[in-house]
Design a protein around this ligand. Structure first.
Ligand code: DQA
Length: 147
C-alpha cells in the first residue's frame, strides 16, 4: 500500500481530448493514465487510476486510498465547491497533491478558490498533463515535498 499512488479525477475529465481543447489540450484521459503509469514505473510505484463524475464516489475513492503513498487529485469543478472532499482528505490523513491541467488563476474568479488547497501538500496548475507526472515525482521522491 505505501508503494501505491492513487490518481483521482473528477467530473468531465472523462471527456478530455474533446472537451474545450483550447483550455485543456488534446490529450485524452487514457493519455493521462499512460503518463502516470510511466511515471510510477520509473519510481517502482503501483498506480490506481480512477475517474468519477460523482462527488460521493470520489469521497469513497479517497477513503480507499488510506495507507497509500499519496494521492494526485484533480477534483475538477468539485475543487471549487466540495467540503466533502476536503473533509475526506483530512479524515483519512492522506498526502494529496492537487493538480489542474489549466491555470485556474488565469480563469474565472470562481475557479480561484479551492477547498482542496488548504488540505493539500502542494498544488500544481497550468502545466497540462505534465502536472500529473510532476505530482507523482514529488510523492515518490520527497513524501510529497518538492526538495
Ligand atoms: C480543472 C479546472 C477546474 O476549474 C475545472 O472545473 C475542471 C478542470 C483543470 O484540470 O484545469 O473541470 O480542474
Amino acid at each position: 500500500m505505501p508503494d501505491t499512488v492513487h490518481v483521482l479525477n473528477g467530473p468531465n475529465l472523462n471527456l478530455l481530448g474533446t472537451r474545450e481543447p483550447e483550455v485543456y489540450g488534446h490529450a485524452t484521459l487514457a493519455d493521462v493514465e499512460a503518463a502516470c503509469r510511466a511515471a510510477c514505473e520509473r519510481h517502482g510505484l503501483d498506480l490506481v487510476f480512477r475517474q468519477s463524475n460523482h462527488e460521493g464516489e470520489l469521497v469513497t475513492f479517497l477513503q480507499e486510498a488510506r495507507g497509500s503513498r499519496g494521492v494526485v487529485l484533480n477534483a475538477a469543478a468539485y475543487t471549487h465547491t466540495s467540503v466533502a472532499l476536503a473533509d475526506a482528505i483530512k479524515a483519512v490523513g492522506l498526502i494529496v497533491v492537487e493538480v489542474h491541467l489549466s491555470n485556474v488563476f488565469a480563469r474565472e474568479a470562481f475557479r480561484h478558490h479551492s477547498f482542496i488547497s488548504p488540505v493539500a501538500r502542494g498544488v500544481i496548475c497550468g502545466l497540462g498533463i505534465d502536472g500529473y507526472r510532476l505530482a507523482i515525482d514529488a510523492l515518490a521522491t520527497a513524501g510529497g515535498k518538492i526538495s
